[in-house]
Design a protein around this ligand. Sequence first.
Ligand code: ZN
Length: 189
Amino acid sequence: MLILSGKELTADKLRQMLKEFEDNKTKTEVIRKALILTGIPKRLTKLRNKILKERIKVANPNIRVITRRKLLAQINSHRCELENLCSHPVIYQIQGYGGSRSEEFENAYPTRRYCLACGLFENAADFKCNIMVSNTGTVFSKLSSNDERIVLPEPFRQPRNYIDIWQPLEALLHPVELEIAKSLNLNTA
Ligand SMILES: [Zn+2]
């Protein structure tokens, strides 16, 4: 038994304190995520919606070639604008693969990240897999982890399939929001 400032601290009491502390830490992390979601600027969503509309138009087989060309150029320029505007608030990470000896590690691929909002892709810069080293990578320059970002594991099993990010942002973020809501309710219950 430990006595601090005249108070007895049993192992049970300390364990309980630790649990409360950890619960608070989890809650802080969830609130941090919620804040990131609420901080996504309207103009980013607007620009995204513009691109979504242009993509629907361009997919129409009945449009004229010249119109299609114009639209494609517009989409490209809007995507560049979106990438520049985007702070990459929600990122999916696809775990890399170290490769197999039978394939001489040529089937290895780096850990990848992509932004759900603008679609920016990045391979880990420190990827190196061969007979001597196996590092699928953790270093990202544009899509690095920070307090303003949510980095989630890619929810799909197929490592070479990605979520089609060209759907409304609300739909893409819905599972993330559900997770947050669940965590907050669980902790406040
Ligand atoms: Zn982005």
